[in-house]
Design a protein around this ligand. Sequence first.
Ligand SMILES: [Zn+2]
Length: 335
Amino acid sequence: MDLFSQNCPCCDSAEVDVRTRYTTQNNGTHAIYHCRSCDIYFSDTFATPMAGLRTPLSRIIEVLKARTEGQGLNATARILGVSKKSIIDWEWRLSELKPALTLYGVCHQFLSLVIEGDELYTKVHHNTAASESEGWTIVLMERSSRFLWELNCGPKDQTLFEKALQLLCKVIGQTQDLTLLTDGERRYGNILFAICHEVSRTGQPGRPPKRLRNGGRVRLKNKGSRKRSGQKRPKYQAPVPEHPETDSRIEDVQIHANHVEALNASLRRRNAAFRRKTNMYAKTRDNLQRTLDLQWLIHNFVRVHFTTKVVPAVKLGILEVGLSWLELFSIRYAF
Ligand SMILES: [Zn+2]
C-alpha cells in the first residue's frame, strides 16, 4: 500500500502517464494523468485534501499549526486574519484522511503491542452532568511508540466502546501478541470479548467455551483499597478468559506505567475544546471529532514525540520517515 500512489483512481491500474501539466496561481504545477486501461483523465490532486484549494498551502499550514498547538478557533481567525469558515474547511479536509490512514496502519503486521485504554472528558455545547456529555473521548494508545489507534468522542455508552474495540479486534488479527491495559472501566474487556472471541472445541459434551482470540490479553487495574475483608487483592486482573496458547504473564512494572495520562495533559494543552473551566466548549460532537481527528493525524504521523524523539508511526514501524504537512495534503482519501 502506497500513500502517494498515482494509480488510476477508477481502476487502480498503474498504467498511467502524464498528459499535460497546469500551473495554479498559488500552489505550483500539477499534472493531468491519463489512464490507458479505462481512458479517463485525472489530476494528481484528485480526491486529496489539496483538490480545489486556492489559498497558498504555506498559509493554510501556518493556520493549522496554530490550531493543533492549542489556539482556539476564534483566536486563530483574529490573529492570522482568516475567516472561521476557511479554517473549519481546511480542518475538515485533513481530518477526513483518518479512515485511509487507519486502514494503512491496520495493513501492517506487528510483533507485540501493548495498548492502554482510557477516557477523558470535555463539555459539548453546554454544561451538563458528565454522564450526559457527548464529549467523552476514548483513547487507545500503543505504549512504546505512543501511536494512537483510536481517538473518538461521543456519549459514554456501549457504541463508543464498541467502535474503538472493533478496530482493536482488527489489530489483534495483525499481531501475535496484544495486551490491552485499562484503568477500572470493565466495558473494554467485556465488549472486546463479545466482538473478538473464538469458540474452543474441546471434544467435551456441552456448549464449547468462548475465549479471547489467540494472542489477545486484557488486564484491568483494580482500584481502591486492596485490604477489603483482610484479603489482599491482586493489583490487576484478567476479566475475560484467554486462549490457552496465549502467554498470560505480564510483569507488574509493565502494567503500572501509564502513558495515556501524559497524553491527556498534552491534549488539554493542544486542543482548545479540552481546556477546563472555560466557556470554550466544542459546539457539537462533529466539530469536536474534527479537531480530534486532526490531532490524531498530526500526533501519529507528523509530530516528533517529546519523549521518544521519534514520530509515533515511525516508531511503530509503519512508516520509514514521518510525513510533512505538505505531504498530508497530497494523500488520497481512499486508496
Ligand atoms: Zn483506470
